[in-house]
Design a protein around this ligand. Structure first.
Ligand code: CA
Ligand code: CA
Ligand code: CA
Length: 280
């Protein structure tokens, strides 16, 4: 199964606009998810209530049956003086929780990933320095619980956090370099755990350079498809089923700084072993 980034919920943000937005289009700091299990997407906006950025808030507007959003409910909270207020996050049902928790972070902070349950902070877990990307909608260990991807655009760090049975987050199997990560989630070795085909960019040694690699949810060593030390190059990865066997194969578009992009294809044997092959 191929899974696109983000999820596909839509809602009308205001009755007047009539437009629909997906979570990917939502403004930074806004989480779109069904928070009260009525089947209608809701909106949670992360912010702060004072200029010092120490009194944090989540403002929740529940989606109504007519497509509008209800009146704002402001939930203030504090994280302590060393924290900036979170400005990004995702909604995930942690552990056995019936309603989504909010997994949030501050994009200019380095104090980890905070979980809000019922809009109150309950725990802080590892995170990257200055996270600018948090995503969910992926299950790396095939336990039915959605896990979390977090990446920094400052340190080119990408980590995964597994959603445990106990409702905690622990560092997951995938840890990579990615400046502005571009990736595809699919089960490349067909073991049930979702894997990540990543355009990997390491700005610092060891492993400095650019590569396209498959990182496996079961923690086995990554499969590197193609690599270069020419960091002016850009790789864009995609999944494609070249031989119609239901197993995702891989493609990489290599775009030089100046010049014509080239596309490479890699046949997957169904166990996560890739060999270069002709295109479709
Ligand atoms: Ca709802
Ligand atoms: Ca999981
Ligand atoms: Ca897998």
């Amino acid at each position: 199964m191929l899974v696109a980034l983000g999820t596909t919920l839509t809602l009308s943000p205001t009755a007047a606009s009539g437009a629909t937005v997906s979570p990917r289009d939502a403004p930074f700091g806004t989480i779109i998810a069904d928070l009260n299990n009525d089947g209608i997407p809701d909106q949670a906006t992360l912010g702060h209530t004072d200029s010092a950025d120490t009194q944090c808030s989540v403002t929740v507007r529940y989606g109504q049956a007519d497509g509008t959003l209800g009146t704002p409910n402001v939930h203030p909270y504090t994280l302590g003086p060393q924290h900036l207020c979170p400005d990004e996050g995702v909604a995930v049902k942690l552990g056995h929780h019936k309603r989504p928790d909010l997994v949030v972070a501050a994009s200019f902070d380095e104090n980890g990933t905070t979980v809000l349950t019922n809009f109150e902070p309950v725990a802080t877990y590892p995170g990257v320095i200055q996270p600018q990307l948090i995503r969910t909608g992926v299950d790396f260990n095939n336990d039915g619980r959605q896990d979390v991807i977090e990446a920094s655009f400052q340190t080119s760090d990408l980590i995964t956090l597994l959603n445990t049975k106990q409702g905690t987050l622990v560092l997951g199997p995938i840890h990579a370099c990615a400046f502005r990560p571009q990736y595809v989630i699919a089960d490349f070795d067909q073991d049930g755990n979702q894997d990540m085909l990543l355009s990997d960019f390491c700005a610092a040694p060891p492993g400095i350079g650019l590569s396209a690699k498959v990182l496996f949810g079961n923690g086995q060593p990554p499969a590197t498809l193609i690599s270069t030390q020419d960091t002016s190059m850009q790789y864009t990865v995609f999944a494609i089923d070249l031989n119609y066997d239901g197993v995702p194969d891989a493609g990489v578009i290599a775009t030089p700084f100046r010049g014509t992009p080239t596309v490479s294809y890699f046949r997957n044997d169904g166990h996560g072993h890739f060999t270069p092959t002709a295109g479709p």
